[in-house]
Design a protein around this ligand. Structure first.
Ligand SMILES: *Cc1c(COP(=O)(O)O)cnc(C)c1O
Length: 447
C-alpha cells in the first residue's frame, strides 16, 4: 500500500483533460451498442438516446425532493405514474410514485405492507411475505432492511410458482404475497390470478413485480401473444412495480410503484414534523431526487407512444422467439421452463455439454452473458436490437456447443470453473459463497 492515499487533486484540472480521462476509462467497458449484451443496458438506438439526454439535461439541476419548487417535476412525475397505471389497467383509484429503480420500488412496497400491517394491527409476530424462489433478490434485500421474513415456495416445471406450496407458507403474520410478471431468472409469469384471489380472501397484499415486464407485457399482449392476466385487472392485486428504465427505454434512475389506492400509498410516505430544519415530508426512500431521470422518463413515454412501444415489443418478441427456437435446436441445450415474453434462460440437458463452458465459448466470440444457478443456465433479456443478430447468435452458439463437446477440459477453465463450483454449493449452505462474494466487493473499492 502506498503511504500517500488518493485525494482530490490540489489544483483543479481542465475540463478537456478530465473528459479525456473519462472517455479513456470507458475503453474496456462492455460494448452494449453492438447489441451482443443481454442485460444492464436497454438501448433503442442512437437517436432515442440523444433525445433522452436532452430531456435529462433540461432538468439536470432540479431536485424532485420538493416538487412545490419545481412544478415541472411535480407534473412529470404525476403523469408518469398515471400513464403507467393506465398502461397496467389501473382504475382512477390507483396511486403511486416514481422511484430511482426497481429495487427502491420494491423496498417501498415491502415497507408499505409492513407499515400498513402495523397500523391495522395485523399479526403479532415478525411479519412475513410469501413468494417464489425465483423472486428478485431486491425482495430479500428489502426484507432484510425492514426486518420482514421472506418465505419462498418452489416452482413447478413451467417455471411459475407452485401456488399450493406458496399458500402453505402463510400464517397469521403473513402481510403480502409477491408474484412476478415475469420473473427474472427464466422469464416466466406466475399465476397472478390464483395468488391474487387467495390474497384477497385472506385480506393481505398481493404485489406484482413488473419491474422487468411492466413496460413490455402490455404491448406483447396487445400484439396477440398468449400472455396470462398479470396487472390491475386481476382481482386481489394491490400493488405493482414497473421499471421505466428497463423496457420503458428511459434514462437510468426511473421506476414506478403503484398501489390500488391512495390509502395504501400513504403508508409509503414519511413525514418528520418536529425538525428544526422545518417540516420534512418525503414520498420515497431517497431524499434528493434527480430531476433529470423524472423528466427523461416522461419524455421517453411521450416520444415512444403506444405505437413505438408496440414496435419495440414486436421486434423483441420476434428476436426472442428466434433465439428460443435456435437454442432448442442445439442438441443438448434447452430453454428453461415456459417463458412467453422477451426474457428466457437456457440450460444443458446433456452430460457432455457444460452450459457454463458454452457461455465461455460464446463470450470468446464477443457475447456478454449472465450465468445463473439452480438450474445451471444462461440468461437473456431480449430487446429490439437483437433482431439483427439472431443469425450470428445461432451460428456462434452452434459452433460454441461443438467446441465444448470436443473438449471436456473447457468446463474446468475460465468462468465455467467458478460457476461450476458455485452451482455445486448445496442449498442452505451458502455462507461461504456469501463471504466470498462480499470479499470480491471489498476488492472492487481498491483504487
Ligand atoms: C431489474 C429487476 C428488479 C430490480 O430493479 P433495479 O432497477 O435493478 O433495482 C426487480 N425485479 C425484477 C423482476 C427485475 O428484473
Amino acid at each position: 500500500m502506498s503511504d500517500e492515499l488518493l485525494s482530490i487533486p490540489a489544483a483543479g484540472r481542465t475540463h478537456d483533460e478530465v473528459l479525456a480521462d473519462v472517455e479513456a476509462a470507458r475503453h474496456d467497458d462492455a460494448d452494449w451498442q453492438g447489441g451482443r449484451t443481454f442485460s444492464l443496458v436497454y438501448y433503442a438506438g442512437p437517436e432515442h438516446t440523444a433525445f433522452l439526454k436532452k430531456a435529462h439535461n433540461a432538468l439536470f439541476s432540479e431536485n424532485g425532493l420538493n416538487p412545490l419548487a419545481f412544478q415541472s417535476l411535480r407534473r412529470f412525475e404525476a403523469e408518469v405514474v398515471r400513464m403507467t397505471a393506465t398502461m397496467l389497467n389501473g382504475d382512477a383509484d390507483v396511486a403511486g410514485t416514481m422511484t430511482s429503480g426497481g429495487s427502491e420500488s420494491i423496498m417501498m412496497a415491502v415497507k408499505t405492507y409492513r407499515t400498513w400491517a402495523r397500523a391495522t394491527g395485523r399479526g403479532g409476530g415478525v411479519p412475513n411475505i410469501v413468494a417464489s424462489v425465483t423472486v428478485h433478490p431486491a425482495f430479500d434485500k428489502a426484507c432484510n432492511y425492514f426486518d420482514v421474513e421472506l418465505r419462498k415456495a418452489p416452482t413447478v416445471a413451467s417455471g411459475e410458482v407452485d401456488v399450493e406450496a406458496l399458500k402453505a407458507l402463510a400464517d397469521e403474520n403473513t402481510i403480502a404475497a409477491v408474484v412476478s410478471a415475469p420473473n427474472y431468472p427464466n422469464g416466466v409469469i406466475d399465476d397472478v390470478t390464483a395468488v391474487g384471489a387467495w390474497a384477497a380472501s385472506r385480506e393481505i397484499g398481493c404485489h406484482v413485480d413488473g419491474c422487468l415486464g411492466g413496460f413490455i407485457l402490455p404491448w406483447v399482449e396487445a400484439l396477440g401473444h398468449d400472455i396470462r392476466p398479470f396487472d390491475f385487472r386481476v382481482e386481489g392485486v394491490t400493488s405493482m412495480s414497473a421499471d421505466v428504465h428497463k423496457y420503458g427505454f428511459a434514462a437510468k434512475g426511473a421506476s414506478v410503484i403503484l398501489y390500488k389506492d391512495a390509502d395504501l400509498r400513504r403508508h409509503q410516505f414519511f413525514a418528520a414534523t418536529g425538525w428544526p430544519g422545518g417540516i420534512y415530508v418525503s414520498p420515497t426512500a431517497a431524499g434528493t431526487r434527480p430531476g433529470g431521470s423524472i423528466a427523461a422518463a416522461w419524455a421517453a413515454m411521450q416520444a415512444m407512444g403506444r405505437d413505438g412501444y408496440l414496435e419495440i415489443a414486436r421486434k423483441s418478441m420476434a428476436a426472442a422467439e428466434r433465439f428460443r427456437a435456435d437454442i432448442n435446436a442445439v442438441e443438448g441445450l434447452a430453454i428453461v421452463g415456459e417463458p412467453k415474453a422477451t426474457v428466457h434462460s437456457w440450460e444443458s440437458t446433456s452430460d457432455d455439454l457444460d452450459v457454463y463452458a458454452v457461455a465461455d465459448a460464446l463470450e470468446a466470440k464477443g457475447w456478454h452473458l449472465n450465468r445463473q444457478i439452480r438450474p445451471s443456465s444462461v440468461h437473456a433479456i431480449v430487446g429490439p436490437r437483437h433482431l439483427d443478430l439472431v443469425d450470428d447468435f445461432r451460428d456462434d452458439l452452434t459452433a460454441a456447443a461443438d467446441e465444448v463437446r470436443g473438449d471436456p477440459s473447457k468446463s474446468t477453465q475460465g468462468q465455467a470453473a467458478m460457476y461450476g463450483l458455485m452451482a455445486a454449493v448445496p442449498e442452505g449452505d451458502e455462507a461461504e459463497t456469501e463471504a466470498f462474494v462480499k470479499q470480491i466487493l471489498d476488492g472492487l473499492y481498491i483504487v
